[in-house]
Design a protein around this ligand. Structure first.
Ligand SMILES: Nc1ncnc2c1ncn2[C@@H]1O[C@H](COP(=O)(O)OP(=O)(O)OP(=O)(O)O)[C@@H](O)[C@H]1O
Ligand SMILES: [Mg+2]
Length: 485
């Protein structure tokens, strides 16, 4: 498991096809990645993000804001224009995808069409085992290379000994006088062979792989399961049970529905137990019920495995319920990274305020008069004292007032309340959403969430009270939030 650190990430795509991408940091540094360019389109800008070890980070943002590009860059499928990506203490910028120990579930998932669901799930596991073995072998060989020098003399001595044996054989017509002598010679040759070719550690697994491979399509009783394959099977079964795809294990991908395929793709990544999971909208093909179920299964599995996860979604409910933290992106830039409720309670700017919350926050331009008066042609009210200090500099200036639909309620007429006319009523059963316009300014529209008991007709005139302790204020020039105290 590992922390993922993104440091000053930039990514540009060439505007014209066939134009080469900037490939290295040094190249990128010579021209500032901030500089506007007529030949490339910068889709990621100055991304700095630390995903803690074992954290579930959700990445949300509108279509085209760069979420998939960022995920693909972390996985090693895109070359960065500038910046660094760390996985644990490894700088992975120049590592190929397979060496990053990252599993990614793509927006357009792909399963191996000729393998059953079981083998699709097991594929990554077997591969990662093989890769670990390869790695181990490479390291052993490197070590061997270093030892080789020291062993050079021994090898030379052994070679001379074997030559001497051969010379003796020729001279003595290959006859040995004493059984003792024969035994010694045989032992000598066996030792020589054992130290050079009969390496059990390498031959046994190859033989086992061969047996597992040729008996794979045999009936279960005749299949050969190596110890390793048994461990793979156990893990496949656990993931399959969690994602409810156990009954599908013997099917081929073409025999699955879109949603089932998506869960198999998800399971394949999870079964591998990598250091980092990257998931790009893995639930988009599921129906609402399955989506909710799979959502909690993923969270449960992630908590059990403790694998650092970056999860991309459009879905607010998914973001709010799954993430330890949420990173909100717009136009290639991070807007705010925080825990779900902090984003809802303290959005850092207008974009986040509108993006988080459903239906979205309402915005009205208002005038501010120190110390605490907010006024609009249709209403005026006094803010709680906690605002006085941070609003001093805005005396006599305009502000943007933000009010969530759930912080408006139906009340009797008053100067601090808004007079509105109902345009649309959306009764959902457990609550009702109203779309209203200001009675004296019909072009200004707002959304209101009201309890379902109150029956409301289209065209009805209402007075709405604002929960003054729940309002949000934004600087109209910078669009940044102003916080009380
Ligand atoms: N290979 C490419 N060449 C040129 N432009 C690209 C390439 N891939 C992506 N883009 C552009 O980069 C921007 C970000 O794309 P990306 O796929 O990362 O968005 P996204 O946030 O994942 O959107 P969605 O939510 O629709 O999947 C888009 O404007 C897209 O057109
Ligand atoms: Mg995408």
């Amino acid at each position: 498991m590992a922390q993922v650190v993104l440091e000053n990430i930039y990514k540009s795509f060439p505007l014209r096809q066939g134009e080469p991408e900037k490939a290295t940091n040094s190249e990128a540094e010579s021209v500032s990645p901030e500089a506007p360019s007529s030949t490339s389109n910068t889709v990621l800008r100055r991304i700095n993000l630390t995903v803690e070890d074992g954290e579930f980070m959700v990445l949300v943002g509108p279509s085209g804001c760069g979420k998939s590009t960022l995920l693909r860059s972390i996985a090693g499928l895109e070359v960065l224009t500038a910046g660094n990506i760390w996985v644990g203490d490894r700088l992975v910028n120049d590592l190929p995808p397979k060496d990053r120990d990252i599993a990614m579930v793509f927006q357009n998932y792909a399963l191996y069409p000729h393998l059953t669901v079981y083998d699709n799930l097991a594929f990554g596991l077997r591969r990662s085992e093989r890769e670990k073995k390869e790695e181990g072998r490479r390291k052993r060989e490197e070590g061997r290379g270093k030892r080789e020098e020291g062993r050079g003399k021994k090898v030379e001595a052994r070679r001379k000994k074997v030559e001497a044996i051969n010379d003796n054989r020729q001279g003595e017509e290959r006859k040995f006088e004493k059984p003792e002598e024969i035994k010694n010679k045989v032992e000598e040759v066996l030792n020589y062979l054992a130290s050079h070719t009969l390496n059990k550690e390498r031959i046994y697994p190859l033989f086992e792989d061969f047996l597992v491979g040729i008996t794979r399509n045999f009936p279960p009783g005749l299949r050969y399961f190596s110890e390793r394959e048994k461990a793979v099977g156990k893990r496949v079964l656990k993931v399959a049970q969690l994602l409810q795809i156990e009954p599908l294990l013997n099917r081929l991908p073409k025999q699955l529905s879109g949603g089932q395929k998506q869960r198999v793709a998800l399971g394949r990544a999870m079964a591998r137990n990598p250091e980092v999971f990257l998931m790009d909208e893995p639930l988009s093909n599921l129906d609402a019920k399955l989506r909710a179920e799979t959502r909690s299964q993923i969270v449960q599995l992630q908590r059990q495995l403790g694998t650092t996860t970056i999860y991309v979604t459009h879905d607010q409910t998914e973001a709010m319920t799954m993430g330890d933290r949420i990173a909100i992106m717009n136009a290639g830039q991070l807007q705010q990274v925080a825990q779900p409720l902090e984003l809802y309670n303290k959005p850092a700017n207008l974009f986040v305020a509108e993006f988080i919350g459903s239906p979205p926050m309402n915005f009205l331009p208002v005038q501010f008069t120190a110390p605490l008066l907010i006024s609009h042609p249709q209403f005026r009210f006094t803010l709680p004292d906690i605002w006085a200090k941070n609003l001093q500099q805005y005396d006599g200036r305009g502000l943007i007032l933000g009010i969530r639909p759930e912080h408006l309620s139906i009340h009797p007429p008053a100067t601090k309340n808004l007079s509105v006319q109902v345009e649309i009523v959306e009764a959902l059963g457990h609550e009702t959403y109203l779309r209203v316009c200001l009675t004296d300014a019909p072009a200004v529209r707002m959304q209101v969430r009201v309890p379902p008991e109150r029956s409301i007709r289209v065209g009805e005139e209402l007075w709405l009270a604002i929960a003054h302790d729940k309002i949000h204020l934004f600087d109209p020039d910078t669009e940044l939030a102003i916080f009380p105290r």
